[in-house]
Unconditional design. Sequence first.
Length: 203
Amino acid sequence: MAIHGLPGIGKTQLALHYAKKHKDLYPYVLFASTDTMDDFYTLVCAELGLTANSDEQCRAVAKRWLRNGNGERSAACLVIIDGASEWNLPFLEGFPRDIRDGRIVFTTSHRHMVERLDVDGRWFEVTCLENDGAIDLFSELLGKPVTGSELEAAGRVLASLNNHTLAITHVAQYMGTAHLGFSELAGFFCSSGGSMLRVCLFR
């Protein structure tokens, strides 16, 4: 299956949460990010102690282990391929899909990649949080409930952030470092035309 959504919206966290929640179902969890796809099969062989004398043999051995056609592994596996894009198409196109006793979860920020991944309609989009969920996330990150006059100011801040998960995370970190409340932050945003939040989000 594939998880699609804007960068920073929480796709990777969702996939990892699924892996953690179902760790009894998937004793083997393999994670391939854009930084590790080139070395994925080498890492699999090294971590699992699979014997291979060359990179080519390592790819073959690791793929055979993944397919589990002859019972190469003793339990189910979950493979998370994080950040699927045009840049890593050679890896994606060569990745075995006929994984017995296992599941593959792709994450991608590119809508057109959903078709390229050929997941037979098994995909969904992660969107920005609803207001209540966004307030809950702020409360969790700040370590205290958002109440009273701060609640109204938090709503103004969230409107400027479009309730985007990564933006909320960065702003909460900034608030903690700068010891700012929502009322002060909303005031800065209004008086500076958003420049304070741009520094917070993009520096």
